[in-house]
Design a protein around this ligand. Structure first.
Ligand code: MAN
Length: 207
């Protein structure tokens, strides 16, 4: 008798489900939440996480596009490439538009001499072929917020550039305690001096 009633109920249920009167929750999870709702919730979670990662990519790409890579973006292809040179007790490393570093030749850890912050210009004295001393504007790269100096500032480096066939560090000096300057060559600045000046003033501002 009981099983007869149960069968009838089951038939009635199937009929109501087939007519769309009640929901088919036979596959529902333990929480009692209808399966369709769980699935919809998971789809929402997936969509939210993919939106989050797309937003973060968009932010990175916008920042990259707005970043200053110098006149005509000449530093874009060499960003992150490094050159090094031994000087005194240290080996120095210059990584274009990223970091400058110092390592003691007697071991010890790498010391950060600054993170790239901006292009600038410096005026240098140059001996002209005529024997006259002339002033030239040079593109320079500023690196700051490096490793803190004991009882001193955070290390910083100014890299003064001149046109050369290869990327190379010519010389390094510690002008004041933990304030460094490097002279380096790169084909990236091989232009007329008026163009070089333009590189540092950043075309971004002119657009
Ligand atoms: C290290 C180097 C030097 C610097 C001193 C300061 O030895 O980074 O260039 O002058 O620390 O304590």
């Amino acid at each position: 008798m009981i099983s007869f009633i149960e069968d009838k109920f089951a038939d009635l249920r199937s009929f109501l489900i087939s007519q769309g009167v009640i929901a088919d929750n036979s596959g529902d999870g333990e929480s009692g939440e209808p399966k369709a709702v769980t699935e919809a919730r998971n789809r929402l979670k997936d969509a939210e996480s993919s939106l989050k990662s797309t937003r973060s990519q968009l932010k990175d790409r916008k920042a990259d596009l707005e970043a200053d890579y110098g006149r005509d973006s000449v530093f874009r292809p060499i960003k992150g490439k490094c050159v090094s040179k031994d000087s005194g007790e240290y080996t120095y490393e210059l990584c274009w538009l990223e970091k400058t570093k110092q390592r003691s030749k007697t071991g010890g850890s790498l010391v950060g001499m600054g993170d790239f912050s901006k292009f600038t210009t410096v005026t240098v004295d140059e001996l002209a072929p005529s024997g006259e001393i002339t002033q030239k504007e040079r593109v320079a790269l500023e690196y700051d917020r490096g490793q803190s100096c004991w009882n001193g500032p955070q290390r910083s480096t100014k890299v003064i550039l001149e046109c050369g066939e290869n990327d190379a560090i010519l010389k390094i000096a510690e002008d004041e305690k933990c304030v460094y300057s490097m002279h380096a060559t790169t084909p990236a600045v091989c232009e007329t001096s008026s163009n070089n000046t333009k590189a540092a003033s950043s075309e971004k501002d002119e657009l």
